[in-house]
Ligand binder design. Structure first.
Ligand SMILES: [Zn+2]
Length: 181
């Protein structure tokens, strides 16, 4: 399930980031959000998202819920938010055999829309990450002027930045501040 982690962070950051990498970035919404996010998924999920009505609006709502769960201050609040999403999206485990892949477990929501299916998948992924890694694996980028979220699956829980670009930016800033007299 951890393979969903980059996608979850990507959806949240596409839809809600105002500052990213030190630059002001307009959040995507509507068809822009639907097309940009769908382009990062494989078919049939990608095609289903593009074909469904109102995908952009539903993705915006899902991204807001995911962001609140990721950045919840207390583990109990975080667990309650994730549990609520699992219930709302009707997530349920079942084995799927994709083309060229052995049977593997999916947790698609049982709702009618592709976004609801994705919501069940993502909510379960967050629950499994909390279960397997603990409650402290979600955060907001520590780089200056960046509000992007990340999901930390490193062995020693060392991640602080949303991207390689922000890691480099923060290192440069720290180096410059050390060199100040
Ligand atoms: Zn960042």
């Amino acid at each position: 399930m951890t393979r969903q982690a980059p996608l979850i962070a990507e959806l949240v950051n596409l839809a809600t980031a105002h500052w990213r990498g030190g630059a002001s970035v307009q959040p995507l919404a509507g068809e822009d959000l639907a097309a940009t996010f769908a382009a990062q998924l494989r078919d049939p999920t990608s095609a289903a998202l593009r074909a469904a009505p109102d995908t952009g609006r539903h993705l915006t709502e899902l991204a807001a819920e995911l962001r609140q769960a990721l950045l919840a201050e207390h583990p109990a609040d975080q667990a309650a938010r994730i549990n609520a999403m699992i219930r709302r999206y009707g997530a349920q485990p079942y084995l799927v055999e994709d083309v060229g892949q052995p049977f593997h477990l999916h947790f698609h929501g049982s709702g009618g829309t592709p976004v609801e299916a994705l919501g069940g998948e993502f909510a379960t992924a967050l629950a499994l990450i909390v279960d397997g890694y603990g409650p402290d694996r979600f955060g907001q980028c520590a780089a200056h002027q960046c509000e992007a979220v990340y999901i930390d699956l490193t062995r020693n829980a060392s991640r602080r930045y949303c991207s390689a670009a922000c890691t480099a930016r923060a290192k440069t800033a720290a180096y410059r501040s050390r060199r100040q007299p």
